[in-house]
Design a protein around this ligand. Structure first.
Ligand code: ADP
Length: 495
């Protein structure tokens, strides 16, 4: 009897493997961080082979440590950092360039040209996206243009493109399956999310040959098998979803209007919009949530590039904390931010500003400013960026959200969650499992094989950990006023 689902969670900073049982409890977990490569200002790369190797190690660890027979793994779900772009040689399996990470801004000027050439409407109506260096399309073009040899190998059908899901599946199937799912495809700038297919007009706009693209399969279906030689069993791969869409599913936001916010490296707020592609009038993204039994579910998304990454910066560059969770105690050493506002534009600003040139700035430093004020302002900035987005999303949805489901590493920070609730004047609800990304793709995998029966039967598995209610005594108005004034000062896109 197969007892477990293996979730592969290929994140931005680490490779994780988690075994879930039928009660959706994580029974074994392993995780390895990998290098973040910053070759130039605004550039962010990963070594795709290091991602593969750390991922394989994490999977082997959970199998060995739990002492389970790999034959007892029902199926595998893969969720991944989205947009990050890998191009590799299909004969040698070697990447032709480092993976260009979603945060990378090197293609910003090419995006500016697209905007100047009036491509915004064309791209938004087909892909649901705004024109920004964030998405894969311009990164693929950049790699192909970086070397005439790479371009000619691509034209000759020797290269393959994939986001991290595709790269891992290709390797786990020993080169047998070159696939992705619509949630990942919808982040490339090349996928027509209305017609559910790669778009020839966009491929020609970006000068990308179609033969490098993966086939697009359902997010929940047996679409490939892990080669038996790798872990000793031929395990079905039956769930694939980009990390934010997986988190939406893991929070069981499966009905139209359901909304969640994930606090990881960045913050990603997503609302299920059902079977309809809702075009945003407020610079949110329209995207595919998942495809099940051939039917698409759509979502609206607001992205913040830097959230938990700001806490990493406090740890690694400023050195005022030793680990991420210490930031809460440090912020609690002061009663308020002491007039400090932290604009976390460390990789430009995403929704709703979409300014790749904005730079991180700390306002209001005096001789009395302490580390605690900086820590507090950093936490507030994460909650304020989320507020920026939720206000615009509420306009698109035409409703005020009454509660917000949260997850991700930084959602374990109680002070941050309280600040969020105060700023939104809304209940903030955290589930017991904050590993919702991995759980979501485990759900997708297990639904495809019959491990779990159907979506309604999953609802009892969502258990609340804690709810944060707005505290009227916390004065958020002044905070917002200063924020709105100061964030305008870092915008440079129209200079
Ligand atoms: P990802 O999947 O994007 O790699 P995770 O969901 O694993 O991210 O969350 C990790 C991020 O959360 C890191 O950027 C880390 O700095 C931040 N983080 C973790 N714990 C806390 C905490 N207690 N308070 C604030 N930030 C935290």
């Amino acid at each position: 009897m197969n007892k477990y689902i293996l979730a592969i969670d290929a994140g931005t900073t680490s490779s994780r493997a988690i075994l879930f049982d039928k009660n959706a409890e994580a029974v074994e977990i392993a995780q390895y961080e990998f290098d973040q490569i910053f070759p130039k200002e605004g550039w962010v790369e990963h070594d795709a082979l290091e991602i593969l190797n750390t991922q394989l190690r994490a999977i082997r660890d959970v199998i060995n440590n739990s002492k389970i027979d790999p034959n007892n793994i029902d199926s595998v779900g893969i969720t991944n950092q989205r947009e990050t772009t890998v191009i590799w040689n299909k004969k040698t399996g070697k990447p032709v360039f480092n993976a260009i990470v979603w945060q990378d801004r090197r293609t910003a000027s090419f995006c500016d040209n697209l905007i100047k050439n009036n491509k915004t409407e064309l791209i938004q109506s087909k892909t649901g996206l705004v024109i920004d260096a964030y998405f894969s399309g311009t990164k693929i073009k950049w790699i192909l243009d970086s070397d005439p040899k790479i371009r000619s190998q691509a034209n000759d059908g020797e290269l393959l493109f994939g986001t991290i899901d595709t790269w891992l599946i290709w390797n786990l199937t020993n080169g047998q399956s070159h696939i992705t799912d619509p949630s990942n495809a919808s982040r490339t700038l090349l996928y027509n999310i209305k017609k559910d297919c790669w778009d020839d007009e966009l491929l020609s706009l970006f000068d990308i040959p179609k033969n490098i693209l993966p086939d697009v399969v359902d997010s929940s279906s047996i679409s490939a098998h892990i080669d038996a030689k790798i872990f000793g069993a031929k395990i079905p791969i039956s769930g694939i979803a980009g990390d934010q869409q997986a988190a939406l599913f893991g929070q069981l936001c499966t009905d139209e209007g359901d909304i969640k916010n994930t606090y990881g490296t960045g913050c990603f707020c997503m609302m299920n919009t059902g079977k309809t592609f809702v075009k945003s009038n407020n610079k949110m993204l329209s995207t595919i949530a998942w495809r099940i039994d051939g039917e698409l579910t759509y979502a609206l998304e607001g992205s913040v590039f830097v959230a938990g990454a700001l806490i990493q910066w406090l740890r690694d560059k400023l050195g005022i904390i030793k680990n991420a969770s210490e930031v809460e105690n440090l912020a609690n050493t002061v009663d308020n931010n002491g007039g400090v506002t932290f604009i976390p534009a460390l990789s430009g600003l995403a929704a709703p500003y979409w300014d790749p040139y904005a730079q991180g700035t700390i306002f209001g430093i005096t001789r009395g400013t302490e580390n605690g004020h900086i820590a507090r302002a950093a936490l507030e900035s994460i909650a304020l960026r989320t507020r920026d987005i939720i206000i615009e999303m509420e306009k698109d949805a035409g409703i005020k959200f009454s509660s917000l489901k949260v997850d991700g590493g930084a959602s374990n920070n109680n002070l941050l969650m309280q600040i969020q609730s105060d700023l939104l004047n809304t209940n903030v609800v955290r589930p017991k499992t904050t590993e919702t990304t991995a759980l979501g793709v485990a759900f997708l995998a297990g639904l495809a094989t019959g491990f779990w029966k159907d979506i309604p039967s999953l609802k009892s598995l969502w258990i609340e950990d804690r709810s944060f209610e707005p505290n009227q005594e916390n004065d958020s108005e002044q905070l917002v006023e200063l924020w709105d004034k100061r964030i305008k000062k870092v915008l440079r896109i129209n200079e």
